[in-house]
Design a protein around this ligand. Structure first.
Ligand code: NAD
Ligand code: WQD
Length: 342
């Protein structure tokens, strides 16, 4: 089987994808500079799969080291490129750091692909490319609105750069996966999300409040034009999301897409409000969340959820886990992680 290079493979979504790839029999090489992850993730992957994936500690922005990684004689069937900075607020404060990391890493990989080191790329994109869409659910053909942050702009620009490079080099292929809101953890509870410092995202904030690490969850606004007034998102289980990457890799290896870069929405197709998330978490995990309503968070969009019919049809993929299972897995991971990192 072809080896898959997974950049950012010790990170949140990367580690879950590595598990799925190994379980499907793919040899995996992870390349990560550990800027937002820990080597202990490899232990979790090994416990789940029985296989310890090859690991290279490198910065993908270092073109020389990246070239040497490709020159070790391994045949790389496809690259899945997760490595990037992802904190929206931080990207507003440190735009250059975000543009440099997210754009230079991508361009270095594309240079290697152009030099014949691998023909196939799966790129981690985001629903953030759409901004607040005019119609819901949002389809892949919806226009990119002006991005609200430098982070969002890196995803828009990345997709445009990849599309141009694929167009100019017919032997290269790429799939961009636009994730909606990935949450939860592997059902084993052995790997999951580890936010650096104060979490930006809702679910880590909920689990950290439940475990007593945070005193109170602030709900950012209940005066939106939604049924209960809180914002609506499309939250999908990270293990389901991971499976979509295997489907995308297979599609590329089977040369099912021959011409342009393809983009697929990955979500559940269902919108859930912040208040519904809290209520469901409390119900399935039998624990109360201390929360209060505060003002809106600047830059938040009101509501978004995915039309996933293209991914259903072309990748043969759909998000299968219920919200209940997903929020149960998030809580299981939080408890495991805190028990082992006291
Ligand atoms: P993460 O921070 O957990 O994982 C990213 C990994 O990349 C980390 O292990 C980090 O150490 C590594 N990394 C960063 N820059 C690197 C570099 N220059 N060289 C080598 N390694 C580097 O993030 P995640 O949540 O797993 O996200 C993965 C990808 O998915 C990112 O591209 C992110 O923008 C995208 N994405 C994430 C979400 C989300 O909500 N988590 C949503 C949409 C898209
Ligand atoms: C979800 C909802 C908040 C925290 C971000 C990025 C996006 C993508 C996914 C990468 C919103 C509310 C949150 C809290 C709250 N990432 N909330 N209190 O904003 O949809 O998207 O992650 O590509 O680019 O912007 O996710 O988890 O931050 O927020 O009320 O303490 O929870 O207002 O409605 P978001 P989120």
């Amino acid at each position: 089987m072809d080896t898959i290079l997974v950049t950012g493979g010790t990170g949140y979504i990367g580690s879950h994808t590595v598990v799925e790839l190994i379980e499907e029999g793919f040899p995996v090489v992870i390349a990560d500079n550990l800027s937002n992850s820990d080597l202990a993730v490899l232990d979790g992957i090994e416990k789940i799969t029985g296989v310890r994936p090859a690991f290279e500690e490198i910065d993908i922005c270092d073109a020389g080291k990246l070239a040497r990684l490709f020159d070790t004689g391994r045949e790389i069937g496809a690259i899945i490129h997760f490595a990037a900075f992802k904190a929206v607020g931080e990207s507003v404060e440190k735009p250059l750091m975000y543009y440099r990391n997210n754009m230079v890493s991508l361009m270095n990989l594309l240079e290697e692909m152009k030099a014949g080191k691998s023909a196939n790329l799966v790129f981690s994109s985001s629903c953030t490319v759409y901004g607040q869409p005019d119609t819901l659910p949002v389809t892949e053909s919806a226009p990119f609105k002006k991005a609200a942050s430098p982070y969002g702009k890196t995803k828009q620009m990345s997709e445009e750069i990849i599309a141009d490079v694929i167009f100019a080099n017919p032997s290269l292929n790429a799939i961009s996966l636009r994730y909606f809101n990935p949450i939860g953890a592997h059902p084993s509870g052995l790997i999951g999300e580890v936010p650096a410092g104060m979490p930006d995202n809702l679910v880590p904030f909920i689990t950290q409040t439940a475990i007593g690490l945070r005193g109170e969850l602030k709900v950012f606004g209940d005066d939106y034009n939604t049924p209960d007034g809180s914002c609506i998102r499309d939250y999908l289980h990270v293990a389901d999301l991971a499976k979509a990457h295997v489907a995308a890799v297979r599609r590329l290896l089977d040369r099912q897409n021959r011409e342009a870069m393809e983009a697929f929405n990955l979500g559940t197709g269902k919108g859930v409000s912040v208040l519904e998330m809290i209520k469901t978490f409390e119900k399935v995990n039998k624990i109360k969340i201390n929360y209060s309503i505060t003002g809106r968070r600047p830059g938040d969009i009101e509501q978004v959820w995915a039309d996933t019919s293209l991914a259903n049809r072309e990748l043969g993929w759909s998000a299968r886990s219920s919200l209940e299972e997903t929020l149960e897995s998030a809580w299981k991971w939080e408890k495991y992680y805190r028990n082992h990192n006291k």
